[in-house]
Design a protein around this ligand. Structure first.
Ligand code: FE2
Length: 284
């Protein structure tokens, strides 16, 4: 490890409405070479069920993976493969839409504990995998290992590997690393990331410096986009920090994107929407 990645940009997530009227914060939702293979990161957290109860009723996806990580509350889901269940606090649903899936994601309302918090990340698929058979993995909280880097830094590994401990989500084409990092005050994390892969961090709570220059503390609801290098260096001051650290291998292909479907060309988008209209969208 000799080249520390510098922060290219920090972006404050913005309020938007998605699904049938879910109010959430969008960290990003566009294709960009420094975010590739990732397309979107939504942060939904609210104590008011009116912000989320409308949910995400039946809708299609093709050409991407959607990764849902719930921190608090419950989301019920069902899909065209016949899967159904509940994503609970600490669980992850890693859904590879491939050639096509139709699903719904509906937050559960609990009168005694109305808080819902979680994230949805979209990862693109390369052309050769866009029409792959849909795949779906439900990862329970207990399956996600937590490793201590030192006595002040703990990392939950959803995908990726740290000091020989592997996360439960493997064999994903874009080699994603998805970490939930908690750092105490006055601590430091040096974490290697393959040169050439892109890296982002999203702060959940607290604040930290995300590169060596120590110019800007980055706080909650901010996205950090990194430049190239072979590792990241994160440091806290007198506060703690919790953030998602996500990296992956860029696909470097043209992106044609409309709503929940992401292909390479406009013609492929037209085909996808036509198939959805005439009932031939689902291939498996
Ligand atoms: Fe969806």
């Amino acid at each position: 490890m000799n080249k520390i990645r510098k922060v290219k940009l920090t972006l404050k997530s913005r309020s938007t409405t998605e699904g049938a009227g879910v109010r959430l914060k969008r960290a990003f939702g566009y294709a960009d070479p420094s975010l590739d293979p990732f397309l979107l990161l939504d942060d939904f957290h609210s104590d008011d069920p009116n912000d989320y109860i409308a949910g995400f009723p039946w809708h299609p996806h093709r050409g991407i993976e959607t990764i849902t990580y719930i921190l608090h509350g419950k989301v019920e889901h069902g899909d065209s493969l016949g899967n159904g269940g509940v994503i609970e606090a600490g669980d992850v649903q890693w859904m590879t839409a491939g050639s096509g899936i139709v699903h719904q994601e509906m937050p559960h309302k609990d009168e005694n504990d109305p808080k819902l918090a979680g994230f949805q990340l979209w990862a693109n698929l390369p052309a050769s995998f866009k029409m792959m058979e849909p795949r779906y993995r439900e990862v329970k909280k207990e399956q996600i290992p937590e490793v201590s880097i030192n006595d002040k830094v703990k990392v939950k590994i959803i995908a990726g590997e740290i000091n020989g401990t592997k996360g439960p989500v493997e064999d994903i084409v874009t080699e994603p690393e998805y970490l939930d990092v908690a750092m105490d005050p006055n601590s430091e994390l040096k974490h290697s990331i393959k040169e050439g892969n892109n890296v982002i961090a999203y702060v959940i709570e607290g604040e930290a410096y995300f590169d060596e220059d120590n110019e800007n503390l980055v706080g909650a609801e901010n996205l950090v986009i990194y430049r190239g290098g072979d590792h990241v260096l994160i440091r806290t001051t007198y506060k703690n920090v919790r953030f998602l650290l996500i990296s992956g291998k860029p696909i470097k292909e043209p992106v044609a994107w409309r709503g929940p479907i992401v292909m390479n060309t406009d013609e492929e988008l037209r085909i996808a929407f036509r198939e959805y209209q005439n009932g031939t969208f689902i291939k498996y």
